[in-house]
Design a protein around this ligand. Structure first.
Ligand SMILES: Cc1cc2nc3c(=O)[nH]c(=O)nc-3n(C[C@H](O)[C@H](O)[C@H](O)COP(=O)(O)OP(=O)(O)OC[C@H]3O[C@@H](n4cnc5c(N)ncnc54)[C@H](O)[C@@H]3O)c2cc1C
Length: 419
């Protein structure tokens, strides 16, 4: 059993996965005086989807110390989101400056291979020990209490490492969720995604050049259009898999069909060339875990849950859960109390935010709901709606939820099961 890291210090916290959630949490805990080791199955830089940040990540990126690196990056700056109807009617852009003052009103569209590398290098600069090509095969338990991890390095034999706390930041691999069979589909959210990349897609002028454009399509499906560095745009479709794959076609064929059917999108792409294969599958995107912390362990980021990419909330929730969990773990280590209650004390706050986002996702997919009508009927809630689009959801949003319920039924209880 190994207890010390390659820097020969005892490991307080083992982090499974070196994505944004894992590297942010390790950076913050290391800064608070708790030694962390990150075990990353892959080799970086590596491809990853999830390229559009939302503004409320600004504070977290600032507290992490990443803003200076982002300010000098080549990532397109994002000031707004715009929705385009199937017939080409465009919404007024939702500029983040409507609710946020100053620099925080813009964010970035990031190429994940370099963004994730930047976050992980930042953790290394904070003395986190990072093991690449090191897959965690399983979490070790003594009864119900996590006591460490079994690591399989790509170039050697598996070994066991003992640690005080295990953090699952393994993204969609959901190491603990699978091991403890905690994973469930999200009731009422059955969506799949296919995406690819184009060079030379049309960009808008001025501060709109880096906006996310959402092109809605029939049956409440939609496309994202996200400008990236080097004249590349990320273009993906999200819809019910039963509609997308109804005639058993391959992903390439389905993707090409959907792009060709979306006339307003085609107008942006008429001079563009596709420069990548089609990613994604007919598998459902959404899932959650029925329990997200236990004695000696915590889940953060996509390892906890993933709902839907419509509001680009994934990276924000990954970083926000990392920051809140780091504080809970710090307090728990200081108090020498590593029970589920103590380690998971951040849960209610993050769950309340997730619930607001989930309601808004269901509203988007409700064929009887219209955001325009909502804002007309409840003008006082326009600000709260923009708060949701920027990620400012970790606060009391009860008035907003009540207003939303007048126009669209609340989604089924998360614990209800089924899809
Ligand atoms: C179609 C789609 C579109 C999206 N669009 C957006 C968007 O526009 N904006 C946005 O904010 N979010 C978006 N997301 C969500 C976003 O991708 C995720 O929320 C984000 O990547 C979560 O970060 P993470 O650190 O939790 O997980 P990840 O970034 O997935 O990192 C997990 C890491 O763990 C490693 N790992 C896995 N298993 C193991 C193991 N056993 N041992 C060791 N390491 C392991 C992986 O290699 C990976 O590097 C999208 C998601 C999808 C599916």
């Amino acid at each position: 059993m190994v207890t010390a890291s390659k820097s020969n210090r005892p490991i307080d916290v083992a982090v499974i996965g070196g994505g944004p959630a894992g590297s942010a949490l390790a950076t913050l805990l290391e800064r608070a005086g708790h030694h962390c080791a990150v075990f990353e199955a892959g080799e970086f830089p590596r491809y990853h989807i999830g390229e559009s940040l939302i503004p409320h990540t600004f504070g977290i990126l600032d507290r992490l110390g990443l803003l200076p690196k982002l300010r000098v990056s080549s990532y397109p700056e994002k000031y707004s989101v715009r929705f385009v109807s199937p017939t080409g009617n465009e919404s007024t852009p939702f500029y983040f400056s409507e609710t946020i003052e100053g620099e925080g009103a813009r964010t970035w569209q990031v190429e994940r291979s370099s963004f994730d590398q930047l976050c992980l290098d930042h953790a290394r600069e904070h003395a986190v020990d990072v093991y690449m090509g090191a897959a965690v095969e399983q979490v070790l338990f003594n009864g119900a209490r996590a006591t460490g991890v079994r690591v399989r390095p790509s170039d050697g034999d598996p070994y066991d490492l003992s640690t005080q706390v295990v953090v699952d930041a393994s993204g969609r691999s959901t190491v603990i969720g699978n091991q403890l069979m905690l994973k469930s589909p999200v009731p009422g959210l059955k969506k799949a995604a296919l995406w690819s990349y184009y060079k030379g897609g049309r960009r808008l002028d001025g501060i709109d050049a880096g906006e996310t454009t959402i092109f809605t399509i029939r049956d409440r499906g939609w496309f994202w259009y996200i400008p990236l560095p080097d004249d590349v745009v990320s273009v993906g479709v999200v819809a019910n898999p039963d509609n997308l794959f109804s005639n058993g076609q391959e992903a390439e064929t389905v993707y090409a069909r959907e792009v060709n059917d979306c006339v307003p999108l085609l107008e942006r792409l008429n001079l563009a060339k596709r420069c990548a294969r089609v990613y994604g599958s007919s598998k459902e995107l959404a899932y959650f875990n029925r329990q997200t912390s236990g004695d000696g362990w915590v889940m953060i980021g996509d390892a906890r849950a993933f709902l839907d990419p419509i509001y680009s909330s994934g990276l924000f929730l990954a970083l926000a859960s990392a920051e809140l969990a780091a504080e809970s773990i710090h307090q728990a280590l200081e108090a020498k109390d590593l029970t589920a209650t103590r380690l998971g004390s951040f849960e209610p706050r993050i769950m309340a935010g997730v619930e607001v986002v989930r309601r808004l996702i269901h509203a988007f997919y409700d064929p009887n709901f219209s955001f325009g009508e909502f804002v007309r009927r409840y003008p006082a809630q326009r600000r709260a709606l923009i708060d949701c689009l920027v990620g400012d959801v970790l606060k009391d949003m009860n008035d907003f939820k009540t207003a939303l319920e007048q126009m669209t039924p609340p989604p089924p209880d998360l614990m209800a099961g089924g899809s």
